[in-house]
Design a protein around this ligand. Structure first.
Ligand code: NAD
Length: 542
């Protein structure tokens, strides 16, 4: 077979399209949305390159129109999960040996399929399944997914190029092989890009995967699988099972061949899976790799020197885009008394201008939250804030689930910096603000650090470089992604590798070489050219 040190295409971020009125992309995505919304799709499991109908189905409905059915998906029995594991292990025999440039070509092709022929479809599926407005769908399911696929290929070659020193008489080489066994990807509802990236990046590194998407993201997961299939991912390399997460995880995690968990979702679920892996540790042939990106209670701190309009904009965008359902969404803010009245006026004005409704109407900035469980939880906290003496709702506070799960963007003002909504991840369009005395900046930074178990994202807004320095130091451990004079959301692959510590995850930074390193095992090969024939060293003398 011909050989070469191949250069991969230089990864560039996929440009975000505008979808402005009259643009061709707007017409195309709206037409695709209408067609998908008004038809029925059937989503089977995908095992060994075959679509598997189990007969046990559940319906799929858009969160913004929950009585409208857009299709059904099939639920796995334990035997399907076992089949997925067996088929993955069989596929590993050839996939792990496939030259890296062939694997790279498959995922680079997948990137171009997303960027081109599938762009409208994957965006429309994300608008329907997860109620994203078109801008949120575009930056997630089109651009971020493309970026993950392109940049990971580049990072893979960076990893392979990382080699030890050698000498004239000994050549040292490191080879990076996939993990022995199979890997397990468990993905959340909120990013189509994460759903695609978690199984894809492990497969890119030569692993085989059982992938369990979220029940609330099945429609867009199906489009991802169609793309992977068309891009040439061979049968058995990525297998998709839907259904009871406990049964699926129990089956996967009790296999002796389980070798890695790539999880994104809530903290509690990740800790339970970690515990289960610990309990099964004597079962496994190898120590499993565990990577998890989990919850957050992301903050914005304003210093008294901050520009009030900039603070209000950071809160309006950082807390409410995609209904506050980004893991990075700001959900607690600390504003000094000296600028609060101005910040408050700008913020209320902004929020009152938000239009709320279906993503099909492109005037809408805010759409529905993901499901009834999320709606009910948010409504409960909003009602509690209305009743509590140490909380006051200054804008929003309404909710209505008659047609879709709509929660008004809500700002709670509290006099208690440890108030329930300052500490608990709500995952919705609700932010709580605590106003501090201008001179209590250092104490407030300490408060920010100590208030939550999480450490995902956070932002400082200030015109004072000493205050910025002070916050950067004081908040070192409480945000994996820290923003200066910006909102704490919107990380871009290749620019801001993403992940948090403490209860927010293992901080392995999605979309980086650091993450891909978790999915390979290394072998050092030392080859000596002139092999010694005498055991004696010179120090032994004659
Ligand atoms: P979730 O924890 O409810 O679900 C995530 C996945 O875990 C889904 O596939 C789900 O079916 C599965 N799951 C649920 N219960 C399980 C169980 N008992 N055993 C095994 N699997 C189980 O999370 P979600 O609502 O889909 O997503 C929102 C959460 O994800 C938030 O906490 C958010 O902060 C977090 N998140 C974090 C990041 C990050 O990068 N840190 C990114 C996106 C989302």
């Amino acid at each position: 077979m011909g050989k070469g040190f191949f250069n991969v295409p230089i990864a560039i971020n996929e440009p975000v399209k505008s979808y402005a009125p009259g643009s061709p992309e707007r017409e195309e995505v709206l037409e695709t949305y209408k067609n998908m919304f008004n038809s029925q799709v059937d989503v089977p499991l995908y095992i060994n390159g075959e679509y598997v109908s189990t007969g046990n189905t559940r319906t799929m409905s858009p969160p913004h129109d929950h009585q409208h059915v857009v299709g059904t998906y099939h639920v796995a029995e334990q035997s399907h999960v076992e089949e997925a594991i067996a088929t993955a292990l069989e596929a590993r025999k050839t996939w792990a040996l496939m030259p890296w440039e062939q694997r790279a070509a498959i995922f680079l092709k997948a990137a171009e399929l997303v960027a081109g022929p599938y762009r409208a479809k994957i965006n429309a599926a994300t608008m329907i399944a997860q109620s994203k407005n078109i801008h949120q769908a575009e930056i997630d399911s089109a651009c971020e997914l493309v970026d993950f696929l392109r940049f990971n290929v580049q990072y893979m070659t960076d990893i392979y190029a990382e080699q030890p020193e050698s000498t004239n008489d000994a050549w040292n080489r490191v080879e990076y092989r996939p993990l022995e066994g199979f890997t397990y990807a468990v993905t959340p509802f909120n990013f189509t890009a994460i759903a695609g990236n978690l199984p894809a990046c492990m497969a890119l590194m030569g692993n085989v995967v059982v992938w369990k998407p979220s029940d609330s993201q099945v429609y867009s997961a199906k489009v991802i699988m169609d793309i992977f299939e068309e891009a040439g991912v061979p049968a058995g390399v990525i297998n998709v099972v839907f259904g009871d997460p406990v049964m699926i995880s129990n089956t996967v995690l009790s296999s002796p061949d389980f070798s890695g968990l790539h999880f994104t979702g809530s903290t509690f679920v990740f800790k339970e899976l970690w515990k289960q892996i610990g309990n099964n540790i004597h079962t496994y042939k190898t120590y499993p790799r565990i990577v998890g990106e989990t919850g957050g209670k992301d903050f914005i701190v304003a210093h008294k020197s901050a520009n009030p309009k900039q603070v209000a904009t950071a809160i309006a965008r950082g807390a409410f885009e995609f209904q506050g359902q980004k893991c990075s969404a700001a959900s607690r803010a600390y504003v000094p008394a000296g600028i609060w009245e101005e910040v408050k006026a700008f913020l209320i004005e902004d929020i009152k201008s938000f239009k709320i409704g279906s993503p099909e109407n492109m005037d809408n900035f805010i759409t529905a939250v993901i499901h009834e469980g999320s709606f009910d939880k948010l409504a409960k906290y909003i009602d509690q804030a209305k009743a509590d003496a140490d909380a006051e709702i200054i804008v929003g506070g309404g909710y209505d689930k008659s047609k879709g799960y709509f929660i008004e963007p809500t700002v709670i003002l509290t006099t208690n910096p440890k108030y329930a909504t300052m500490t608990t991840e709500l995952f919705g369009p609700v932010i709580t603000i605590y106003v501090y005395e201008d001179e209590a900046y250092a104490d407030t930074l300490k408060l920010v650090d100590e208030t939550s178990e999480y450490a995902l994202t956070g932002a400082i807004l200030s015109q004072d470089r000493y205050a910025i320095t002070q916050a950067t130091t004081a908040l070192q451990n409480c945000a994996g992604n820290f923003y200066i004079n910006d909102k704490p959301t919107g990380a871009v692959v290749g620019q801001q590798p993403f992940g948090g510590a403490r209860a927010s995850g293992t901080n392995d930074k999605a979309g980086s070489a650091q993450n891909l390193m978790r999915w390979v095992s290394t072998r050092l090969i030392k080859e000596t050219f002139v092999t010694p024939t005498d055991y004696r060293y010179p120090f032994l003398g004659e």
